[in-house]
Design a protein around this ligand. Structure first.
Ligand SMILES: Nc1ncnc2c1ncn2[C@@H]1O[C@H](COP(=O)(O)OP(=O)(O)OP(=O)(O)O)[C@@H](O)[C@H]1O
Ligand SMILES: [Mg+2]
Length: 212
């Protein structure tokens, strides 16, 4: 039994990588981004390494490194490859593991496969990263419904953004999924500031009881 998390989100750009960096650092875990689309900018793996101050031995290589920053199914096609489930089995490591998806749950990996299908095979608890801004109630409840439809275990919601208590409350109330905390927007996004914000806003104990 190991502590493993899948970090998914309601959308692309919600802050999964920033949250993953904070969680990887706090847990002293391994980090794995199975599918990276886009290699020209700093990759998610590089961001986690930098902002989580994660030593290189705890960074696992991506299963797919695709050049173009578009949906993985298309990015793979452009690179003349295709994503298959067999290569997406989470690596076994000697310690906790944080796995970051790409975009949201319904992102296609191929003509047949969604990211959510891979998560359903893995049965690893998902942390759903959600914005606090307008529109998030709809996106978050839809994502939770999609997770439940596939019997994917849900560990909790990590909110990201400015405080919006009513939004957070109604999402928890209507979904029955707990809030793990809220990562504020950090004007100065450094490793030290991220670490401090995570410890201020999340209880590390909560993450200790995830076993899969
Ligand atoms: N807590 C935060 N404080 C400050 N800026 C943030 C925070 N979270 C996210 N951002 C900003 O939003 C951008 C997108 O966040 P991030 O890369 O984590 O999104 P993502 O959900 O991982 O996207 P993708 O689907 O591409 O993997 C970051 O580059 C950063 O500029
Ligand atoms: Mg990311």
């Amino acid at each position: 039994m190991t502590t493993r998390f899948v970090i998914s989100g309601t959308d692309t750009g919600v802050g999964k990588t920033i949250f993953s960096a904070a969680l990887t650092s706090a847990l002293g875990s391994y980090y794995w981004k199975p599918v990276q689309s886009g290699l020209d900018e700093e990759t998610d793996t590089q961001i986690v390494r930098r902002l989580g101050r994660v030593p290189s031995e705890r960074i696992l290589p991506e299963a797919y490194r695709l050049a173009t920053p578009v949906s993985p199914h298309l990015s793979a096609r452009i690179d003349g490859t295709s994503i298959v489930t067999e290569t997406l089995d989470p690596p076994s490591v000697n310690g906790p593991l944080v796995i970051e998806g790409a975009g949201g749950l319904m992102v296609p990996l191929s003509e047949q496969l969604l990211f959510a299908d891979a998560f359903a095979q893995w049965k690893i608890p998902v942390i759903l990263c959600a914005r606090t801004t307008l529109g998030t109630i709809n996106h978050t409840l839809l994502s939770i419904e999609a997770l439940r439809n596939r019997a994917i275990p849900i560990f909790g919601i990590a909110f990201i953004g400015e405080m919006n208590l009513e939004t957070q409350r109604i999402i928890v109330q209507l979904s029955g999924v707990r809030s793990l905390g809220r990562l504020p927007i950090l004007p100065n996004l450094t490793a030290a500031a991220l670490r401090a914000a995570f410890h201020e806003n999340f209880d590390l104990e909560t993450f200790a009881d995830a076993r899969s």
